[in-house]
Ligand binder design. Structure first.
Ligand code: ADP
Ligand code: MG
Length: 199
């Protein structure tokens, strides 16, 4: 079973990973965006880590809803409301249980990813974070390691795609040949799950 501590470790590992990789995420956002994805997420996840440290919530669901709220209120770019919605909706789906099973988490994350799709209108293949999140959720029933591998594969597979959503879509054909920054950061969040489980 996964308790509140697991979810606190997940968010702490995600914040550390985003902080380590922020320059790379911003570099990816240069040719097909406005070069702010790394700084956006670094600011957002620093706020998440600070809020969770200040007043650690008592349930897995409350950890994720607080984290989601922080992302929505501190990240200006498109990714803030999208990741905020992902975590808030996932947290809501976990309810007020003190512990959840990996299967519960997989089901809740599926609801979270569905909410991201509803908010942003992106489907798999549109060259967005959805391209990493959808395969990750599908593989999560197997293991955290399988989810990490699926997310990384999904992110790498965005390179040859033409963007159909978000800022990169303004470039049309010129978005081809660049890896999507949001799919790359989504793979970091999924990889952080495995780190939280190993800790
Ligand atoms: P902005 O584009 O406002 O500068 P960011 O740079 O922080 O925001 O985030 C860009 C990332 O957000 C993209 O790489 C993409 O993965 C994701 N994204 C943008 N629009 C959408 C959307 N409609 N649905 C899903 N993901 C999206
Ligand atoms: Mg950007």
């Amino acid at each position: 079973m996964l308790g509140t501590g697991f979810f606190l470790r997940w968010m702490a590992a995600a914040a550390a990973s985003v902080d380590r990789e922020a320059e790379r995420l911003t570099e990816l956002d240069s040719p097909i965006g406005d070069a702010d994805h790394g700084s956006n997420l670094r600011r957002g996840f620093a706020a998440v880590a600070a809020a969770l440290e200040k007043e650690p919530p008592g349930t897995p669901g409350a950890v994720l809803t607080l984290a989601g709220r922080q992302l929505i209120s501190t990240v200006g770019g498109a990714s803030g409301p999208l990741y905020g919605t992902l975590l808030r909706r996932t947290g809501k789906a976990l309810g007020d249980a003190g512990e959840v099973s990996p299967g519960d988490l997989a089901e809740a994350l599926r609801a979270g990813v569905d909410a991201v799709r509803a908010l942003g209108g992106a489907a798999p293949g549109d060259k967005t974070m959805v391209d990493a999140l959808v395969p990750a959720v599908e593989a999560l029933g197997e293991s955290f390691a399988a989810a990490r591998a699926a997310a990384e594969e999904g992110a790498a597979a965005t390179t040859p795609l033409r963007a159909r959503k978000g800022r990169a879509s303004y470039l049309g054909e010129r978005s081809v040949g660049h890896r999507d920054p949001g799919a790359t950061s989504a793979a970091l969040l999924v990889a952080a799950l495995e780190e939280a489980a190993d800790a």
